[in-house]
Design a protein around this ligand. Sequence first.
Ligand code: FAD
Ligand code: NAD
Length: 481
Amino acid sequence: MTTTPAASESIDLDVIVLGGGPVGENLAQYAIEGGLSAAIVETERYGGECSYWACIPSKALLRPVSVVDTSAQLQGVTAGALDRDALLARRDTWVSHYDDTGQFDWVEDTGIAPVRGHGRLVGEREVEVTGEGGTHRLRARRAVVIATGSEPFVPPPYRDVHPWGSRDVTAVQEVPDRLVIIGGGVVACEAATWMAALGSRVTMLVRGPGLLAGQEPFVGELVADSLRTKGVEVRLSTEATEIDRPQAEDTGVGRIHGGPVTLTTADGMVEADEVLVATGRRPRLHDVGLDAVGLTEEDVSQGQLPQWLHALGDAGGEAPLTHWGKYRARVLGSHLADAAAGRPGEPVPADVPVPQVVFTDPQVGSVGLTALAAEEAGHEVVTAQSPFDATAGGALLRDDVSGRAALVVDGASGRLLGATFVGPEAGELVHGATIAIVGAVPVHLLRHAVPSFPTASELWLRMLEDLPGDLRRGSRVDQQG
Ligand SMILES: Cc1cc2nc3c(=O)[nH]c(=O)nc-3n(C[C@H](O)[C@H](O)[C@H](O)COP(=O)(O)OP(=O)(O)OC[C@H]3O[C@@H](n4cnc5c(N)ncnc54)[C@H](O)[C@@H]3O)c2cc1C
Ligand SMILES: NC(=O)c1ccc[n+]([C@@H]2O[C@H](COP(=O)([O-])OP(=O)(O)OC[C@H]3O[C@@H](n4cnc5c(N)ncnc54)[C@H](O)[C@@H]3O)[C@@H](O)[C@H]2O)c1
């Protein structure tokens, strides 16, 4: 198989994917399995942001931090200690030392044509790739898929001070004594957790009134409480109005970018050795050649694309999560193959809920709608809650258990709309809720799904008992329907 065509060569394939991250890889894999041919054009490393600079290194750092933290809260265990160098070495192993040979081989072994270089649209179904071997053309018989990921959005005042971004903090080499984190979202909260564990004195400057906006309100409160107990200073409803760093310098990824930084806020000055800007991400679309086919980034975000063109994963502007992008890729990959073969497409439910796990300590696992979002969507909202330690299984996980779980139910149909778990191992609890939502299981039936004793899954019982009796027994739904 041709991996990188010669400069003059042009190849025709069924599907051309721009971007070899998890989403592009899944799309091509499903297209190939359905009988199509596919190429993935990748500028940097097969495996994408997720494998080297995002999900994998962050979780490789966070798991040992969580185990050490738990060990300090289990009577009978001598608390573990972090070995900074060994932890960073673990991270390096999980990112394959930033070498994508394994992922490249997987692409080839799967039968996908890997093409190294920067891809951009130059016409309908036509992609130009610029790489080490020169410039060449690929033509797609059926579809071009843009899976080029996203890039950090850095607000203007920070651009001149060479701040850290998510790549620096996941690839940390030099641990700053004092680290300021701008933002209160997922990257900020997870990074605060591992950087504090690595020894940084962390101050979070959060513009909004709480952490992890968009989740149930108790989520941000519990995560902020926990970060504070770990020594993180969480300053809410505040912003830096001026940033000064006279010796800003690009010293390389994960290294301290020059001299100290001074940030001015309404409450006074904050001095730090590094500043991490974690203020969100934007789809990476600016150099994929949309203009060559008469399209704009807005057309992509509004889903107004010609039939032969698709944008998926972070680039597509939906929930920027690996598992969500991969799901969409599986669906589209199969659909393209079915359409080509004249097979009927697999039915896809209309409202598939998005799950997410935030790997803070305590973890946050959530899926579907919050109570507020459900109200805004016009549902008759009924909620139920339970403290995490209301079950023996939950309380046994560590001596200082803190956390809470909540269900959001549609009162008219008795179906689950959303669920949130905050507590130890909460990430493992959320999939039960995802299954119940996708299966449209009414809550009165969920009472017959018996959780084992003593596990934290007994939280389901506590929450179902917290629902109004007629909903719990199913009589409300019977009467209405
Ligand atoms: C710090 C951090 C931690 C995260 N942790 C999690 C987590 O725990 N769980 C989770 O679900 N999500 C997590 N995410 C989000 C997750 O990383 C993204 O949702 C995911 O990487 C998106 O996958 P993708 O394939 O769409 O894009 P990417 O992984 O960004 O891959 C896109 C690829 O396209 C390539 N590319 C770009 N432009 C071109 C071009 N023109 N031609 C050819 N190639 C191109 C890039 O080099 C890249 O390899 C995290 C994000 C961050 C920043
Ligand atoms: N465990 C996971 O699943 C995981 C982990 C990390 C990242 N991610 C994904 O990556 C995406 C990006 O994460 P993120 O944390 O960068 O974005 P985010 O949207 O979650 O949070 C951005 C934060 O920055 C603040 N902010 C925005 N503009 C600002 C400004 N000008 N000044 C000050 N504060 C400002 C926001 O109020 C918010 O607190 C997330 O949406 C998430 O889906 C997922």
